[in-house]
Design a protein around this ligand. Structure first.
Ligand code: PMP
Length: 328
């Protein structure tokens, strides 16, 4: 992941807005030693015609974050709506007019040695200009990792727990060392779970298939958006069921979904072409819909978006430039 980290960028830390270079933690911080933090990832997309930044489903992201913080008994002392307001204010203070990635982080902040928790928590919200994560325009080559996905009764994969991302980092590093663009995890049952930082979808015989939430996957918000768009806008049958490794080799289409990756078509897997090695029609359809929905081009999905600089009412008065021909 390449995100520019200008030290002057304004972040929200310990209840205040401050430059990134002043947001420091101590060397004995509990989370630094034991991985006891929970993070989140949210995107905001710049729309040039509307002259606005649209944050994608911020309230749902903050709700997921707060629930998952509860797994580590971290209480974030703000509601999802208040956290959304902090995020909007952060964007305004930074004056961002480009695509942005927002990284909320809550963690065990006691500075001492000893693994068990106490009630000392801190949180930050960081927003950085952020471009493409995987450069997936032409499709990518994914490889099945030799590392297995963590089990729910070891470290829950459904939460973005800092320590759990050692699992993703090992798989992602191995994939890149082996010449792949991204890793695909199998779980301990040998079923396909997800990518190192993204969910996975497969198309077989016209049906869109993704592993269910009990297969040790993160309950992705992009995954949910894709399921809704595929069902409603493309009329596709969407099924959540376990996927065998060998199905990856015989399927018709394959793609990753995630806040950072967006929709990333997979055209090769383990040195085998997916179908004819070209991006499939359903993948393209979903990609286009997701692009349009996140940029504000589809009225029916405005409910997912939070504008930074203007209100949706102001945008309504300027519908033509925003929605254009893609009104949904
Ligand atoms: N799986 C993992 C392991 C991830 O880190 C992410 C990124 N948050 C996802 C899936 C995709 O989730 P979302 O669509 O909510 O970003």
């Amino acid at each position: 992941m390449q995100a520019d980290a200008d030290p002057k960028v304004i972040v929200y830390f310990n209840g205040q807005y401050m430059p990134l270079e002043e947001a420091r933690v101590g060397i004995l911080t509990h989370a630094l030693h034991y991985g006891t933090g929970v993070f989140e990832g949210i995107r905001a997309h710049w729309n040039e015609a509307a002259q606005d930044l649209f944050v994608m489903r911020p309230v749902e992201h903050f709700e997921r974050w707060k629930h998952n913080c509860g797994i580590l008994r971290i209480d974030v002392p703000a509601s999802p709506e208040e956290l959304t307001a902090i995020t909007i204010e952060l964007m305004r203070r930074n004056g961002f007019r480009t695509n942005v990635y927002v990284r909320p982080l809550a963690y065990k902040s006691a500075e001492r040695v000893g693994v068990s928790f106490d009630e000392q928590n801190s949180f930050a919200v960081i927003a950085l200009p952020f471009g493409e994560y995987l450069h997936a325009e032409k499709g990518i080559h994914a490889g099945v990792s030799s590392w297995r996905r963590i089990e729910d009764n070891a470290i829950p994969a459904r939460a973005k727990i800092c320590g759990a991302y050692v699992n993703s980092a090992l798989a992602s590093d191995e994939a890149r060392q082996c010449g792949f663009d991204e890793a695909i995890f199998l779980n301990e049952n040998g079923h396909v779970a997800e990518g190192a930082t993204c969910n996975i979808f497969m198309v077989r015989k016209g049906v869109l298939i993704t592993p269910p939430v009990y297969e040790n996957v993160l309950e992705g918000i992009t995954r949910d958006a894709v399921m809704q768009l595929a069902r409603r806008e493309l009329g596709l049958q969407v099924v959540e069921r376990p996927i065998d490794r060998s199905e990856l080799y015989v399927c018709d289409e394959l793609f990753f979904t995630g806040t950072a990756v967006g929709i990333a078509p997979i055209i090769r897997v383990d040195h085998r072409q997916v179908k004819d090695g070209k991006i499939g029609a359903m993948t393209r359809g979903v990609q286009q819909l997701y692009f349009n929905a996140t940029r504000g081009h589809m009225l029916a999905y405005w409910k997912w978006l939070m504008p930074v600089y203007q209100s949706m009412t102001q945008h309504e008065q300027n519908l033509i430039s925003l929605v254009g021909v893609n009104a949904g």
